[in-house]
Design a protein around this ligand. Structure first.
Ligand code: ZN
Length: 410
């Protein structure tokens, strides 16, 4: 599996867990949320929780007291399995959720968030405290950034709202006032050679920074004056990167601040690209389907599954609105079969082979399962949100599962 789809998959799992957690309500003020940043010692957190535990013995309501203390205990024992806090920190949610009558069940979630947590937080409330995590589930699109003029250049990357500076360098192009003794012509020539080397170096750095990042949606280029346009026009970028250039934008600076300026100036272009991306994928799918021979497209679970197994799928398009599970079943006659059914359905269907009742061997979210299938055939997977008209179409008309193909299978 490529790193990209691992990241997508982790994000999807996180997103799904978040959707569950947001809806949970406790009976009283008894749901515990703990946020642990990576620089915090586990032993500090345990000490903090021990103190909260003894404080909660003062809670008046008997059941609330019992539930709060139970949740803290559960979190403390879970924390014991960690020697250090993971890179992005750790978030723990624990508490009793009412089921039926006066019954409750304990839920516990331990999440390693996709982005780092900066502050320690302990909260006891009737809901879990999820606000700091909600922003993290927004899909983060990435763009390459280059700002340059003849004296300085910076290369960076925009991921979500974060700008990361990757490289900054000054040029060695001499200034245009000549030292005594050199002929004007020779000096001009030296300047042009130095400038050419400098632009080449920017191009090479861009290749190094961007070429293997297939998730980059585009490259934005900024700087004062005409140098940036010259750089693009003269082909100093690798041809694969050249294709991703969105446009050039005027900025006053060419340092770290220039990268910020570039993102600010290109804001509208970026929003448009994000919006059109999913739209384009679905439009491409529709265009293929409309072709007389069915084109390079497949849709519906069975067909997409089959095409993937044949190695024919280039990109799988999966709706984020899919609520299906893939079940592995075993019947009393020993038949092992797989079926897909709605995730909320608890009962297992009868055996496809003989009709007798079945036992559940494994239940997997279908998106997870298709991610794995796609990975075995090096197919890409794109999760399509169901917010847009196109996303809704994918879900309604194609059951939320479609694919763009590498080749047609006869
Ligand atoms: Zn059977």
């Amino acid at each position: 599996m490529s790193d990209d789809s691992n990241v997508d998959r982790a994000k999807y799992d996180f997103k799904k867990a978040m959707q569950e957690i947001v809806d949970l309500r406790g009976r009283g003020t008894e749901l515990i949320s703990v946020y642990v940043p990576s620089n915090r010692q586990i032993s500090d957190v345990q000490a903090y929780l021990r103190n909260e535990y003894s404080q909660s013995s003062n809670i008046k309501s008997k059941s609330t007291k019992k539930n709060v203390m139970g949740a803290i205990e559960s979190i403390m024992s879970r924390l014991k399995t960690y020697r250090t806090v993971p890179e992005n920190g750790l978030v723990l949610f624990c508490g009793e959720i009412p089921t039926s009558g006066d019954q409750t069940r304990m839920v516990q979630y331990v999440l390693e968030p996709p982005e780092s947590i900066s502050t320690f937080l302990y909260r006891c409330d009737s809901t879990f405290y999820t606000e700091p995590l909600l922003d993290m589930i927004v899909d983060k699109k990435s763009y390459g950034l280059i700002v340059l003029d003849r004296s300085e250049a910076s290369i960076g990357i925009l991921t979500g709202k974060k700008i990361i500076t990757l490289k900054n360098f000054d040029s060695l192009v001499p200034r245009k006032h000549r030292q005594g003794g050199q002929s004007a012509q020779r000096f001009e020539r030296l300047i042009e050679i130095a400038a050419h080397e400098y632009f080449k170096k920017i191009g090479d750095s861009a290749t190094e920074a961007f070429l293997d990042k297939t998730e980059l949606l585009g490259i934005l280029i900024g700087g004062p004056g005409a140098t940036k346009d010259f750089f693009v026009k003269e082909g100093y970028l690798h041809h694969e990167l050249q294709k991703k250039v969105v446009d050039t934008f005027d900025t006053g600076y060419t340092d770290e601040y220039g990268l910020k300026e570039l993102v600010e100036t290109a804001k509208d272009a970026i929003t448009d690209m994000d919006l059109t991306r999913e739209k384009d994928l679905i439009q491409k799918l529709l265009a293929e389907i409309r072709k007389a021979d069915g084109g390079l497209a497949a849709y519906g679970e069975d067909e997409v599954r089959h095409m993937t197994e044949m190695g024919a799928v280039d990109t799988m398009l999966l709706s984020e609105g899919l609520r299906l599970s893939r079940l592995s079943l075993k019947c009393s006659n020993g038949h092992v079969t797989k079926v897909t059914q709605k995730s909320h359905v608890e009962a297992t269907p009868a055996c496809k082979e003989c009709g007798s009742s079945t036992d559940l061997m494994e239940k997997m979210d279908i998106v997870d399962e298709l991610f794995e299938l796609a990975a075995t055939m090096s197919s890409k997977v794109e999760l399509i949100s169901d917010d847009s008209e196109e996303g809704e179409l994918l879900l309604r008309a194609f059951g939320g599962i479609a694919a763009l193909l590498r080749f047609r299978v006869g």
